[in-house]
Design a protein. Sequence first.
Length: 264
Amino acid sequence: MPRFALPTLAFLLYFTAPYSQAVPPSSPAVPSFALTGSAYVGGFHAGEAVLHFNVRDDSYSVRFNAESQGLIRLLFQWGFELEVQGTLAAGNVSGLQPAVYQSRRYHRDGHVERHVQFRAGIAETILPEGADPYPIPVPSEERRHVLDPASALLSAGLVLARTGRCDQTIRVFDGKTRRNLVLTDRSDDQVADSQGADPGPAGAKRCAFQSHRVAGFSERHLRKPPVEGEIWFRAYGDALMVPVRLHTPTLIGMAIFHFELPAG
């Protein structure tokens, strides 16, 4: 899969709502699960992914792995993995509070690592020893009350399950860049009026999203239009909705991610 499609998959590993209008949860009763998925770009099979979400007492951990497959692997060999540890945050709108986030992106020429620690409501990037600082640093005020990409996606599912509405303002920090993800409800009229609209998985909640660049980008990239698309969530247990499909256009065609709902 090309590099520009990776942030989409990882963000989707992308999503939060610390400043949304949702009512804070009394207790984020989150079940453990494993979520598997496949990615297609321009009609070609691009990759496979698996996400493990585990809960123990008041803490949680996430492991995510993805790698290219098929013809795409011959052209754009890549791999991506991340790990997160954090606590379940009763009374916090997001429902989750990450403590440590690490990601690694592999490609033909090597790999890129990012390491983030969350302390006192602010995210701090930990650079490898001897590494140069990023050329466009993210101001501290833009690193407050943020979630890593994986925790943010799960938080979006918690808020959606609690409120029944997609509407959320999402603050995401991946160690180098800050984005705002905006989820909105798709009305029945909007869905019906879309040419060639895909009805999506039966019984799933359909949300539109936009990913707005906020900080850590060059001026040229900040002027680019937001990444946008649609994502479908389906209920898993009483307190969580998990993503089962995502669509977003790319330069070489529509990127489509299918995720298998856990049993139970």
